[in-house]
Design a protein around this ligand. Structure first.
Ligand SMILES: [Zn+2]
Length: 274
């Protein structure tokens, strides 16, 4: 079996503040170790059941260079560094049987959800064929285009809710913390969170829950609501995009991976100096 494991930092046990996800901040150095350890726990759980599994751990936070390579489970392959065309799911087309998403955060605008956002602080909402999706849904829909189901998701209670809504009750989840607000949570101890992740990753391999790959209808219609009209001015420069209102841009692409690429580009434009 080939398993694709993405790891973000905001949904890791104990993390509550953007300082903990910001390279250069002393708190970040601890958070990246917590992130690395949660990734290793999932790898261990997969290998407990299938010692021959090939596990790719994909670092998907900020610069995509957070996981400490020498501290990660030694049998994992680590995918890191950016930019890359398909961002958080780059490489998912390389023949995987399943995906697991670790350290996930809620989508932009979710209340009582630590550090909820969608790619940047400047994307207010993304609608895919009229359905609002955060990173969890968008990444899963790209995986779905390659027939890869998401078997396990971890994060706070809002992530668990989003996962069930997208994939059904069969999806396995680990709630490592209960968010109380945007910058506040009650969290499991990191060691307890790792135990839970290892157990559920093993369970996913043993029971292989009947989660279907997330498919979206094609052609895919996207609407991206941005924080300010000037950002929509930039996004509107992309060939084939149209202005829907002051801060919303829409576009249509033949399939989900192509639409996701446009969204990645909008994310890059949103961080350009103005
Ligand atoms: Zn992140």
């Amino acid at each position: 079996m080939r398993i694709y494991v993405t790891v973000d930092i905001e949904g890791i046990a104990g993390v509550v503040h953007s300082d903990e996800g910001s390279p250069g901040n002393p708190e970040y150095e601890r958070a990246r170790r917590l992130m690395t350890a949660e990734a290793s726990a999932v790898v261990a759980g997969i290998l407990d059941v299938d010692p021959k599994a090939e596990v790719t751990v994909v670092d998907v936070h900020g610069p995509y260079r957070n996981i400490i390579p020498e501290e990660l489970h030694e049998l994992a392959i680590l995918s890191r560094g950016k930019p890359r065309m398909y961002g958080m799911v780059h490489g998912i087309d390389r023949g995987y049987d399943a995906a697991m998403f670790v350290g996930v955060h809620g989508k932009a605008g979710t209340a009582e959800s630590v550090l909820s956002h969608t790619f940047t602080g400047t994307i207010l909402d993304v609608q895919v064929n009229g359905r609002s999706m955060g990173e969890l849904g968008l990444n899963a829909a790209v995986a779905g285009a390659y027939d890869v189901p998401v078997l396990l998701v971890s994060g706070d209670q809002t992530v668990v809710e989003e996962a069930r809504d997208l994939f059904g009750d069969e999806v396995l989840t680990v709630k490592v913390k209960e968010s109380l607000a945007y910058l506040s949570s009650e969290s499991l101890h990191p060691i307890s969170a790792r135990h839970r992740l290892q157990e559920e990753a093993a369970r996913a391999m043993r029971e292989w829950p009947p989660v279907k790959p997330l498919k979206v209808e094609t052609p895919v219609h996207f609407e991206v609501e941005l924080a300010r009209p000037v950002l929509a001015d930039l996004a509107e420069m992309i060939d084939g995009s149209e202005r829907i209102d002051g801060r919303t841009v829409g576009f249509v692409r033949d399939d989900m991976p192509s639409a996701y690429r446009v969204l990645r580009l909008i994310t890059v434009l949103c961080s350009s100096p103005l």
